[in-house]
Write a protein that binds this ligand. Structure first.
Ligand code: URA
Ligand code: ZN
Length: 387
């Protein structure tokens, strides 16, 4: 039987949750009177509502505002719950990663030790369930370069580590920052793919004042801010020539590449029509010898299949150059069923069903391709067999 593999699935180990409980700025965990679960507040788009609650509390006002963030259920940190979720959805293997914002907010002096401890914790979880769990390690990106390099060496020594999860901020200046090149080069030579995942989204101002009051829930930052962030990060790396400089680098893009499958053609056209880039007096881009974004997508990029529709999945397959470069994911524990009729969190999740249907529908029921995207591609690309 072909394996079903979930390559996009997160956890916050208990140590990380304890850290969030001690904080007063995002990311944080906070309890609110009357709310059954504490709230996990992660995104800058959630800050206006958090601040409104704080103001109301100070002024002893009760405006009946929606709660900020999301309920911190046991799904976020319990390994038993992860295994239950896998069993419920027929998932044989999960490649688990720390969820956003990883270690990006820690002081550099602490991040190295915390990275080591969290990566060890993931490694131990995997070792307790041989053949079922692997992980992407987290890096202490606020620490000095030698600490980050040691964390990569440590990660590659852990037997169940299959890559690293990375946000778009890099060392603070984004992924086109030349200072990041030694890290990217070390990852490539260590055969550790990057799972590139968004967190920072777009400035709150683009979502408008009604979103700031919580009127639109999380829809704008999650459905649009996240994918656009990923698209911009990858476009910056491409424009900076990172893929030429580190030709062995492999990146798995979250959410089927954000909007890249749809926008790669436009990015290509904008380059070709950019009078500065292609100027005959030494512009940075050589029209005839340049490597195209399509080529990068088809050689150094893999896409997860977390796209929720057959339309998006078909675009992702085309952009990636074939169904053998896509890998199924769930984004568990985000997107649980909500509202009575959607069922409960211990049952089947609609968000998973949407992605399974997208794979089947987008590949027109081609059993071999479906088996590839649902797991066999991940087994091959991430070397998951053998236990
Ligand atoms: N929301 C997040 O903050 N992270 C995810 O991975 C998905 C949804
Ligand atoms: Zn995710």
């Amino acid at each position: 039987m072909p394996k079903v593999v979930d390559i996009h699935t997160h956890m916050y180990p208990p140590e990380y949750i304890r850290l969030l409980k001690s904080r007063s700025a995002i990311p944080l965990v906070r309890s609110f009177p009357g709310a059954p679960d504490p709230r996990l507040v992660l995104l800058s788009a959630e800050v206006p509502l958090l601040e409104k609650h704080e103001e109301d509390q100070q002024n002893q006002k009760d405006e009946n505002l929606p709660l900020p963030g999301r309920p911190l259920t046991r799904h976020f940190s319990s390994l038993d719950q992860k295994l239950h979720f896998m069993d419920t959805h027929g998932i044989d293997i999960s490649v688990v990663s720390l969820a956003n914002p990883w270690l990006d907010f820690l002081p550099g002096s602490e991040a190295g030790d915390i990275a080591q401890s969290i990566n060890n914790e993931f490694s131990e979880m995997c070792a307790r369930h041989p053949g079922r769990l692997y992980f992407f390690a987290a890096l202490p990106l606020t620490s000095p370069l030698p600490t980050i390099q040691s964390a990569i060496t440590h990660a590659s020594s852990l037997p169940h580590c299959r890559g690293i999860i990375l946000g778009t901020s890099g060392l603070g200046a984004g992924l086109d920052d030349p200072s990041l090149l030694p890290i990217l080069t070390l990852l490539a030579s260590s055969n550790l793919p990057i799972f590139l995942h968004p967190h920072y989204g777009l400035p709150n101002s683009v979502y408008g004042p009604r979103a700031a009051q919580g009127e639109y829930g999380h829809v704008l930052p999650l459905a649009l801010g996240f994918p656009v962030e990923t698209t911009i990060a990858l476009a910056r790396m491409f424009l900076a020539g990172v893929f030429e400089q580190v030709p062995d680098l492999k990146i798995i893009l979250a959410h089927s590449g954000g909007t890249l499958p749809f926008l790669a053609g436009r990015i290509e056209s904008c380059i070709l029509h950019d009078g500065y880039l292609v100027s005959s007096e030494g512009g940075r881009v050589n029209r005839t010898e340049r490597r195209t974004l399509w080529d990068v997508l088809r050689t150094q990029i893999y896409l997860d299949a977390v796209v929720y529709s057959a339309v998006g999945l078909r675009a992702a397959v085309e952009a990636a150059g074939g169904a053998d470069r896509l890998m199924f994911g769930t984004d568990h524990p985000f997107f649980p069923p909500v509202g009575g009729e959607a069922g409960d969190e211990d049952g089947e999740w609609e968000s998973v069903g949407l992605n399974v249907e997208a794979v089947k529908g987008g590949l027109d029921g081609d059993d071999e391709k479906v088996a590839g995207v649902m797991g066999e591609n991940a087994v091959r690309v991430l070397r998951l067999e053998g236990e």
